[in-house]
Design a protein around this ligand. Structure first.
Ligand SMILES: C[C@@H]1N[C@@H](C(=O)NCc2ccccc2)[C@H](O)[C@@H]1O
Length: 451
């Protein structure tokens, strides 16, 4: 059907900026704002919900929440140290919350009084972060919440003309803030929009289309997530013709494509993930701190995303004083050490066409060399994995990354077995899989009939 505000293309972007973003595979998400000060605790009680939702869940009066800006001293904020955490993680890009749902801005915005300029330090947090990360060759993306609990013209629904007039003023305010971000920080590589699920935004697909157009006009190459977009009829992420809006699908929040499904690989996409079970902002309570993910589970998620052609954005929630939480830094270090040895199977890699899901982990393929990797994240109890190659291929070499040539046994045409031995304390093993065409015509693999 004819859409004025639908998808702007039918196929994935193939320009250099998008190829760069796609090849990054691993990003660092950062949620930092006033919510890091109470850190999930209000009036002496732990609020067992996402820390960045505290003002809503604890029904904090607006003035009391705004007063937190006076305590936002940045006593231990050091952009260089944050950027060093991204290097330790092996992240190739970082996405920072410029403004979350509470409306507080990490830059001195000319369009509101609720920003860093009106805090004791007055520091331009965004400016310091862009400089520190880009000095280390890490691209910076901006998260921006369209949802704004504080702005008087924000509306969840549009019930009457007064609502429409107010929300038009709000959309104008948000557009001006986005123009301001593009103007002040022109080296930014992408925008990650959030808070676009309400009826008010869905009824203004034109505005979401205009935002994407404006950013791409001012910042050629900039990458925009699908979560910004609604079409003429209010369809989100994917328009009413089934075409992806924005440049990559961003619906995977605290979840990955389950079950593993090769159809996901048809689009660019990114999954974002918390380190605690369910808080993006730092939450000091045992409800969050007792649920931190194991580094090897993070590695599994990274390989899962890569195997389906997606990026993985791991979230860090710095504390109220600006320091990174030690437990999160430790996870970053462990994952980064794994990537330092095995990143060859992740960076610049994606879906391995023709290689079935093996169950014990994932196959990935280097998008430029075609080299295939086996990432073993769930070693079977048998201590061995079965490598089933696409029909007509035979295994000519196996290289354990970080180690060297590795033995294997042929069981049948295109079926091989690899003894893993005990668990590795260096985390999931990765093998580079070298194949060649079978000398004799391969017998077709027995298809599994629909029994
Ligand atoms: C990337 C995440 N998206 C924001 C969000 O509102 N997600 C939906 C949500 C709804 C209810 C509880 C927590 C999160 C979260 O606060 C993070 O910023």
């Amino acid at each position: 059907m004819e859409l004025k505000y639908g998808a702007s293309r039918e196929k994935p972007r193939e320009d250099a900026a998008m190829q760069r973003f796609r090849g990054h595979r691993v990003g660092q998400f950062i949620h930092w704002g006033l919510y890091a000060l109470p850190a999930g605790r209000w009036e002496g009680k732990d609020v067992e919900f996402a820390a960045e939702f505290l003002p809503r869940v604890a029904k904090v009066p607006q003035q009391r929440w705004e007063a937190l800006a006076n305590d936002f001293t940045l006593a231990d904020f050091d952009a260089e140290r944050w950027a060093d955490t991204a290097v330790a993680l092996g992240a190739r890009y970082m996405t920072i919350t410029t403004k979350h749902h509470d409306g507080f801005c990490l830059w001195p915005s000319a369009h509101t009084d609720f920003h860093m300029g009106n805090t004791p330090s007055g520091r331009d947090v965004l400016g310091e972060l862009v400089a520190a990360y880009e000095a280390r060759g890490i691209d910076v993306n901006f998260y921006y919440s369209v949802l704004d609990w504080r702005h008087p013209d924000w509306r969840f629904t549009l019930e009457n003309d007064a609502d429409n007039l107010a929300f038009a003023r709000y959309l104008d305010f948000a557009m001006k803030q986005l123009e301001e971000l593009a103007e002040r920080y022109p080296s930014v590589k992408g925008f990650w929009f959030d808070g676009t699920w309400d009826e008010s935004v869905k009824a203004n697909g034109w505005w979401t289309w205009e935002v994407e157009r404006m950013l791409k006009e001012r910042l050629p190459g900039v990458v925009v997530n699908s979560r910004l977009r609604a079409d003429d009829l209010g369809a989100r992420h994917v328009d009413s013709n089934g075409l992806l809006m924005g440049d990559y699908e961003s619906g995977y929040e605290r979840r990955l494509p389950e079950p593993w499904d090769r159809s996901v690989a048809a689009r660019d996409w990114e999954a974002c993930m918390t380190i605690p079970q369910a808080s993006w902002g730092y939450h000091q309570g045992p409800w969050a701190q007792s649920t931190l993910k194991h580094p090897w589970d993070v590695v599994d998620m990274i390989a899962h995303c890569t195997s389906l052609g997606g990026n993985f954005l791991l979230n860090f929630g710095p504390r109220g004083d600006g320091s990174m939480a030690p437990a999160e830094v430790e996870i970053a270090r462990t994952v980064g050490e794994w990537l330092a040895v095995n990143g060859e199977a992740i960076y610049g890699c994606g879906y391995a066409e023709g290689w079935d899901y093996p169950g014990w982990g994932y196959f990935t393929r280097d998008s430029s060399t075609g080299k295939v990797f086996a990432v073993v994240t769930r070693a079977p109890a048998s201590g061995r994995i079965r490598l089933e190659l696409p029909t007509g291929l035979e295994l000519v070499g196996l290289r354990l990354l970080g180690s060297g040539e590795y033995p294997f046994k042929g069981l049948a045409d295109s079926v091989f077995e690899v003894e893993l031995g005990g668990a590795s304390n260096a985390g999931p093993r990765v093998f580079a899989v070298e194949t060649s065409a079978l000398a004799h015509p391969a017998s077709e693999k027995e298809p599994n009939p629909d029994v």
